[in-house]
Write a protein that binds this ligand. Structure first.
Ligand SMILES: *Cc1c(COP(=O)(O)O)cnc(C)c1O
Length: 418
């Protein structure tokens, strides 16, 4: 079910027409649907039934505090990768006892901040990090609840830039090293072993890579149990894919059932945490952009739009595909095949290649599936101001982040003295 649908030839977000949003807030602009976020989160929650679970939304996918707050109101936990993300969760009313802290390079001050706020688990990615966590916890006089993020070395069959669980990745502790790391951790005075975590990649469109990883993780849980090291939570990461261009990823139910079946088959009845980001936010937002000009060369047509790679980096960064559709289907323009390109002075500043569109200058387009890894990667290259973000809730709209202004763009910069 999509919350972005045409009505009489006009694209709407819930009950609000996107052209009215473009008129009120300008373009480029990100538009989110509250019901979309909530429906996705609830689908996962319900799929678990009465199996003990925590959905730790991966903040990095879309970290606007309004988004975090809506999920916190549903009872969500959060997966964070920096102090800044934890501060956002706290500001949004999130519960730190449902927070897991991932990331390969946590600094001492970030760890101290997380430990003082009593997060559920520090997901440790190396033995060197374990030593750092012990040291910081000792200084604070607290016990750190930890998991190791293990690297099960399975191929998630997704884009190499978003694969994280293979042995050549920088992420996690290899399975060979993990057992000894747990034994070390169990002996440390300020460490309490809480769980085991893995996250194998993103935009995964079948259940088999998840089941393969689960199998490997469960074997480790049993090996640890035999050693007297008790795991209290299985954190199976994020990675569930979405439909960008006709992919058919598993449903929330299929995904969750395959995990529950996997653990039952092993006779391991542990609470499960998952860290979905893209699944919850990806199709919960779109980016609106306006056609400034069209340009026709001998071999190419260009639709030159007012949003660029600084606003939506994914196509330039990982050749990601986003559908691009007109906001108003009624047009007098002829259909042609366009490269939809932005204003940034880089050849990579492209939102989509070879799109059949009937457009002319002044038309509005929606770049679909722009709720995850989109605004969060927006930047100021070419001194462009980051776009506004708007949340639609039924028939009302809320500006949840203003378009940046020039003063914000140069904040913190100073001239040398005369
Ligand atoms: C990015 C990330 C996630 C979320 O991944 P999605 O594909 O958006 O679900 C979860 N856990 C960790 C550790 C991550 O780095």
């Amino acid at each position: 079910m999509s919350f972005f649908e045409y009505r009489h030839g006009e694209l709407f977000a819930e009950q609000v027409s996107l052209s009215s949003i473009a008129e009120q807030y300008g373009t480029p602009c990100f538009v989110y649907s509250r019901r979309a976020f909530e429906t996705k989160w609830q689908a996962l929650d319900e799929a678990f039934g009465d199996h003990p679970h925590t959905i730790c939304y991966a903040v990095k996918a879309n970290s606007n505090i309004a988004v975090l707050n809506l999920l916190a109101r549903l009872g969500s936990g959060f997966d964070i990768v920096s102090e800044g993300e934890l501060r956002r969760v706290l500001k949004a009313g999130g519960d730190p006892s449902k927070v897991v802290f991932s990331g390969v390079a946590k600094s001492k001050s970030e760890l101290a901040f997380a430990l003082s706020n009593k997060v559920r688990s520090i997901n440790i990615e190396s033995v060197a990090e374990l030593e750092r966590v012990q040291e910081v916890a000792q200084t604070l006089g607290v016990t750190a609840s930890i998991a190791f993020r293990v690297n099960p070395d399975v191929d998630p069959e997704t884009h190499p830039y978003i694969s994280t669980g293979m042995d050549k990745a920088k992420f996690g502790v290899t399975m060979e090293a993990a057992f000894d790391a747990y034994v070390r951790a169990a002996q440390m005075p300020n460490i309490e072993v809480h769980g085991i975590a893995c996250h194998i990649g993103s935009q995964i469109t079948k259940t088999s890579p998840f089941s393969d990883a689960l199998e490997i993780v469960l074997n480790m849980v049993k090996r640890l149990a035999a050693e007297g090291i008790e795991i209290k939570q299985l954190d199976l990461g994020g990675g569930l894919g979405i439909d960008y261009q006709g992919e058919t990823p598993p449903s929330a139910n299929e995904y969750v059932q395959s995990m529950i079946n996997g653990i039952k088959a092993h006779g391991v009845d542990l609470p499960i945490a998952i860290e979905p980001g893209r699944y919850i936010s990806g199709n919960s937002g779109v980016m609106l952009t306006k056609v400034e000009f069209t340009k026709h060369n001998a071999s190419k047509n260009f639709a030159i739009v007012d949003a660029g790679m600084n606003d939506l980096l994914r196509p330039a960064l990982y050749q990601a595909f986003h559908k691009i559709v007109p906001i108003n289907e009624k047009t007098t323009a002829d259909t042609a095949t366009y490269d939809v390109v932005g204003p940034v002075c880089e050849s990579a500043c492209v939102l989509g290649y070879d799109r059949d569109l009937a457009v002319e200058a002044g038309d509005l387009l929606a770049v679909m599936s722009a709720g995850a890894y989109s605004f969060v990667m927006a930047n100021n290259y070419n001194s462009r101001r980051r776009p506004a973000e708007v949340m639609v809730d039924g028939d009302s709209t809320h500006l949840i982040r203003q378009r940046e202004n020039f003063e914000q763009l140069v904040a913190g910069e100073t001239l040398l003295p005369e």
